[in-house]
Design a protein around this ligand. Structure first.
Ligand code: SF4
Length: 203
């Protein structure tokens, strides 16, 4: 169990899963750079968070629900939590379309783990709503996703404790990253490769 003073924003988990260097820029160095993609995402969340709650067809939806898990050491908020007769499920709004990585699912699963700890109820699934496709995608909180999420939370705390920003690793994800211009993943990544090559050659 983590003390309150060590809790880290839940959104950092998604940044960590996307790129540890980006996560360190935002949560260690306190830099935030906006591009078109992040601006669209922020505007979408502001729109979702305007309501407090509503009830439709017997399902009560609470908006901007505060979350916390002392076990994982995270806090934050869910866009929406739906209270059905037989189940509870978090719903997270995303601006784009479903991605090939698991970052959004990890963020949603972390919300479910917070709710489970807070409400002492099991939560088996949640929904990701994508603005581009205007569709919801069901995410099952199976054992593998739970382990991946818990492992990301442990890694996130280790990163914050270390206080060190990791070296860049250029990858396809860099193309959509708002930190591209300050991170210089191609230039610095290449320099690191050369340094490693020279170190290995002199062994
Ligand atoms: S540009 Fe790439 S390596 Fe740099 S922070 Fe963004 S995703 Fe990470």
């Amino acid at each position: 169990m983590y003390p309150e003073s060590d809790l880290i924003p839940l959104s950092a988990l998604q940044h960590f899963a996307f790129c540890q260097r980006q996560c360190a820029f935002i949560h260690l160095e306190r830099i935030w750079l906006e591009n078109r993609l992040t601006a669209e995402g922020r505007i979408m969340h502001e729109h979702v968070h305007q309501e407090a709650h509503e009830t439709r067809k017997g399902v009560r939806a609470e908006f901007s629900v505060a979350l916390r898990s002392l076990r994982l050491g995270i806090f934050g908020q869910a866009d929406v939590v739906e209270f059905h007769k037989d189940r509870i499920r978090p719903v997270e709004y995303k601006r784009g379309k479903p991605k090939s990585d698991n970052c959004d699912a990890i963020q949603l699963c972390a919300q479910a783990l917070c709710l489970e700890e807070m409400l002492d109820r099991g939560i088996s699934e949640g929904m990701l709503f994508y603005g581009k496709t205007r569709r919801r995608k069901t995410i099952s909180f199976d054992a593998a996703l739970r382990e991946e999420t818990e492992s990301a939370a442990r890694g996130l705390h280790e990163l914050v404790c270390s206080g060190k920003t990791p070296e860049p690793v250029y990858a396809p994800r860099c193309k959509s990253c708002s930190f591209f211009e300050v991170c210089l993943p191609k230039v610095l990544g290449r320099r690191r490769s050369v340094k490693r090559y020279l170190e290995k050659a002199s062994e």
